[in-house]
Design a binder for this molecule. Structure first.
Ligand code: BES
Ligand code: MN
Ligand code: ZN
Length: 499
């Protein structure tokens, strides 16, 4: 959907639908909503008095106009209680409105007021950014493999603002929102793609195409380069697969920051996780196509960072491998050596994410990073601990941990700090090697982070276990339709902005 801004009067706007808003508890609509109410002879006031619509967040009401306005439909979207209103609420309201118009067959274009920039007290550009993000994230549809195309939503949205002086700020905000939504929706696309389509080499091709389009520098390492670097852990995970591994490297280095120590983002990119020889039960195994969501978030965030042209240097590493059982596959009991030289005993070939991350994190050290953050669908146990409301945050650096918590708060992509007690490392001591890749059942979450910590020498580091956040089976949140959520992109953009 195209989104643009125009100076104008919402009551005079030509569109299939006009969107206005209402705070909960308001009895007399104000601003653009008030003007439209007057033009409609009090129809919005009567709607409120009827008790059918109170402005509750997430709710909408639809009115059909006669000749009073050029637009035949008026959609009123609830903003919720004024005291609870913030940027997240503005984004949600825009998402709800976009979804509602998508449900109306006759609506190809809609015009809308900015949510929350008047009485809501939001800064104009920020409100415009939230509007673009909300609408574009809500209208996301996964790639379609049906022979007959199904219905699509509105084609364009115009933000109408009476005050011409506000237009530049609105336009800037819309552009930022579009850049971020593009990154999130790209990440969703990568995750949604079936694993027969998106295998490591294909994933790398898509990242290259994105880098070429946005001006990021890139390089991709294949099996030979990975072998030369000694990436024995990632290569072992890859050995059972017919698909060759890839390490995708993306760099955003604005001229003024070309020599700045970079923020390095590392993503787990298991394009399908069968568990390998430690094979998973077949029920629900298809979900394991989302085991590359960490890499998808990193590549999506790099896209947004490039489109926003953030002033800081950022490098994205996506380690892309398929984990399959085979005669050539690695096995439980194997002892392997990765890029850092540390020896690792394999207890479970299903604890493969930490192995590929170990080599990518070892590789990251060469950049002398300001900080490294890895994102991985690492354990089922994180969902047992935190449910679907937050990703687990593990860090060995207080400043980085706090920066991530702030970014989580600002983006609405929640993080919850998890312990990194030294004792958790005891459970992954091996009798023969320096470390083993799985501990007992009682420490699944923290011992996985302790394993990764072994391979993170020389820089501040944080690990985000995002396993329970990357997919949703229900349209519970208008901003996150059913399917891949693109979790992490907005969080990483906020972090890159702040560091
Ligand atoms: N990709 C899985 C983690 C996962 C499980 C994500 C369920 C989303 C839903 C990871 O590779 C894995 O298999 N982890 C094991 C670790 C165990 C073998 C130590 C797990 O969580 O069971
Ligand atoms: Mn696994
Ligand atoms: Zn996995």
């Amino acid at each position: 959907m195209e989104i643009s801004a125009q100076q104008g009067d919402i009551t005079q706007q030509q569109a299939d639908c006009v969107v206005v808003n209402l705070f909960e508890g308001m009895t007399a609509p104000k601003g653009g909503t008030g003007a439209l109410d007057q033009a409609l002879g009090g129809a919005i006031s009567r709607l409120i008095w009827s008790g059918d619509f109170s402005g509750e967040a997430g709710k909408t009401a639809l009115l059909y106009a006669g000749s009073e306005t050029p637009a035949p439909r008026v959609l009123v979207v609830g903003l919720g209680k004024p005291e609870a209103f913030d940027l997240h609420a503005a984004r949600q309201a825009s998402a709800v409105a976009a979804k509602a118009t998508a449900g109306l067959r006759g609506v190809k274009t809609y015009a809308t007021v900015l949510h929350g920039a008047g009485l809501g007290g939001l800064e104009t550009a920020a409100a415009a950014q939230a509007l673009a993000e909300g609408a574009l994230l809500a209208l996301y549809r996964p790639p379609q493999y049906k022979r007959e195309a199904s219905e699509i939503g509105p084609e364009s949205c115009v933000v109408v603002e009476f005050d011409a002086e506000k237009l530049p700020a609105i336009e800037a905000g819309l552009e930022a929102g579009k850049a971020i939504a593009a990154g999130v929706n790209s990440a969703r696309n990568y995750v949604s793609e079936p694993p027969n389509v998106l295998y490591p080499a294909e994933f790398a091709e898509r990242a290259i195409a994105m880098a070429e389009a946005t001006g990021l520098s890139w390089s991709v390492l294949g099996k030979r380069e990975m072998r030369e670097l000694g990436m024995g852990l990632a290569l072992a995970v890859s050995r059972g697969s017919a698909h060759k591994p890839r390490l995708v490297i993306l760099e955003h280095a604005p001229d003024a920051a070309a020599d700045q120590p970079p923020l390095v983002l590392v993503g787990k990119g298991i394009t399908f996780d069968t568990g390998g020889i430690s094979i998973k039960p077949s029920e629900n195994m298809w979900y394991m196509k989302d085991d590359m969501s960490g890499a998808a978030a990193v590549i999506g965030a790099m896209e947004a960072i490039a489109r926003l042209n953030l002033p800081r240097r950022v490098i994205g590493l996506a380690i892309c491998v398929e984990n399959m059982p085979d005669g050539k596959a690695y096995r439980p009991g194997d002892i392997l050596t990765g890029i850092t030289g540390k020896t690792t005993e394999i207890i479970s070939t299903d604890a493969e994410g930490r192995l590929v991350l170990a080599d990518a994190l070892g590789y990251a050290a060469r950049y002398e990073p300001a900080a490294v953050v890895d994102l991985a669908t690492l354990t089922g146990a994180i969902g047992v601990a935190l449910g679907r409301q937050a990703a687990g945050l593990f860090a060995n650096d207080e400043a980085l941990l706090n920066a991530l918590l702030v970014a989580a708060e600002r983006s609405g992509e929640r993080l919850w700090p998890m312990p990194m007690y030294a004792e958790y490392a005891d459970e992954i001591k091996s009798d023969m090697a320096e470390v083993k890749n799985s501990g007992g059942r009682t420490s699944g979450v923290s011992s996985s982070a302790k394993f990764i910590e072994h391979f993170t020498e020389g820089y501040p580091w944080a690990h985000l276990d995002i396993a329970s956040m990357v997919w949703t089976d229900a349209d519970a949140n208008p901003v996150n339709p059913k399917g891949a959520t693109g979790y992490g992109v907005r969080l990483l953009v906020e972090l890159a902005n702040a560091l």
